[in-house]
Each structure stands twice: as structure tokens, then as C-alpha cells.
Design a protein around this ligand. Structure first.
Ligand code: AMP
Length: 191
């Protein structure tokens, strides 16, 4: 009981520390968007370290054997997590950046379209993947990555974000398209 209370206290403190390192920028990149600027977190060395250690420990026994990091802020969190967990990471990039043979998925943005690509030899049928990005908004980006991982025969264990804008219901978009009905979601902050 006391142990549990100590854990809850520690988690609440971590949350508070991280929250204090996130800067809200109104009307960026366009009017009406509340942009969550995570760059101050990277200057807060002990908070970033605590955050990554917390998740690498709590995710260690989930059977995840690969992390897919999403261009570009997902690279930061995903690569550190993978390194701490002792597993490989691969990158899903915007169109035209990856040099070897790729598969791609095009998805709709608020205005227009975007395409994400992944190297074909980066995912195997034995892979149980955690997809990592900084923030979940409408879910279009992550849904595209889910699509790429599944096309290459991998299983999506779950998705990790630092921040979720749950009022946009991004999770439901992902759940609809993931073939693993037990897909997990991990996130620290919700706005
Ligand atoms: P979505 O595809 O709508 O889930 O958008 C997710 C991507 O857009 C993530 O890679 C985020 O980095 C970025 N993004 C969307 N909305 C915001 C926001 N309010 N603040 C910061 N980044 C955002």
C-alpha cells in the first residue's frame, strides 16, 4: 500500500515536471492551433532522463522487440527509449528521404496530403512494434505508420506519445485500422 502510494506520488511529480517543460504557443503554425512546444523539455536534463527511464522500465516486459520512430520529433523519444530498452529502432520518414527500397502510405491532412515511408527491410513478421511520436492529434500520422508496419507483416503492440489531444479522438482512428484488437496506448499528458 505504502509502496503504491510512493509510486503514485513519483508518477504525479514526473507528470508535473514534464508539464512545466511544455510551452503552449497559441496560433502556431496557423490561427486556432494551440501548438505544444516540447523543446524546453530537452534542456531540462534530469526531467527528460526521468521520463525516458520511467517508460523504458515500464515497457520492458511487454514483449516489444522494435520501435518505429515517426519523423521528426518521434525520433528523439523513440531512439532514446530503444537504446535504454536494448532493442533496435527504425524510422518512418517523410517522402523522398529514405535511400533504399521503401513502401509508402499517403494520408489526408487538414489541408492536402502527406506521405510517410519506411525501408522495406526494416520490419519482419516476427516484429512486435511500438510506434513512437511526440503527440497524437487526429491520428492520421500514426494510422499511416500502422499501415506500413502491418503491410510489412509486423504486429503493432501499441503506440507511445508524450502528449495526447484526446478531444480529437485520434485513438479511435488507429483502433479501426490496426489488426491487433488489443493495441495499447501509452501517453503521459492529455490536453
Ligand atoms: P495527427 O496526424 O493529426 O495525429 O498529428 C500528429 C502530428 O502533428 C505529430 O507528429 C505532432 O508532432 C504534430 N501536431 C499536431 N498537432 C499538434 C499540436 N497542437 N502541437 C504540436 N504538434 C502537433
Amino acid at each position: 500500500m505504502e509502496m503504491k502510494m510512493a509510486e503514485n506520488y513519483w508518477y504525479a511529480n514526473l507528470k508535473k515536471e514534464v508539464e512545466e517543460s511544455i510551452r503552449n504557443i497559441p496560433d502556431f503554425p496557423k490561427e486556432g492551433i494551440q501548438f505544444k512546444d516540447i523543446t524546453p523539455l530537452f534542456k531540462n536534463v534530469s526531467t527528460f532522463e526521468k521520463l525516458m527511464s520511467y517508460y523504458s522500465t515500464s515497457l520492458a516486459k511487454k514483449g516489444i522487440n522494435k520501435i518505429v520512430c515517426v519523423d521528426a520529433r518521434g525520433f528523439i523519444f523513440g531512439s532514446v527509449l530503444a537504446s535504454k530498452m536494448g532493442i533496435p529502432f527504425v524510422i518512418a520518414r517523410k517522402e523522398g528521404k529514405l535511400p533504399a527500397k521503401t513502401i509508402s502510405h499517403t494520408y489526408s491532412l487538414e489541408y492536402g496530403e502527406a506521405t510517410l515511408e519506411i525501408h522495406m527491410d526494416d520490419i519482419k513478421s516476427t516484429d512486435n512494434v511500438l510506434i513512437v511520436d511526440d503527440l497524437l492529434a487526429t491520428g492520421g500520422t500514426i494510422d499511416a505508420v500502422v499501415n506500413l508496419v502491418q503491410k510489412l507483416g509486423g504486429t503493432v503492440h501499441g503506440c507511445w506519445f508524450l502528449i495526447e489531444l484526446s478531444f480529437l479522438e485520434g485513438r479511435s482512428k488507429i483502433v479501426k485500422n490496426v489488426s491487433n484488437y488489443d493495441v495499447k496506448f501509452y501517453s503521459l499528458l492529455d490536453y
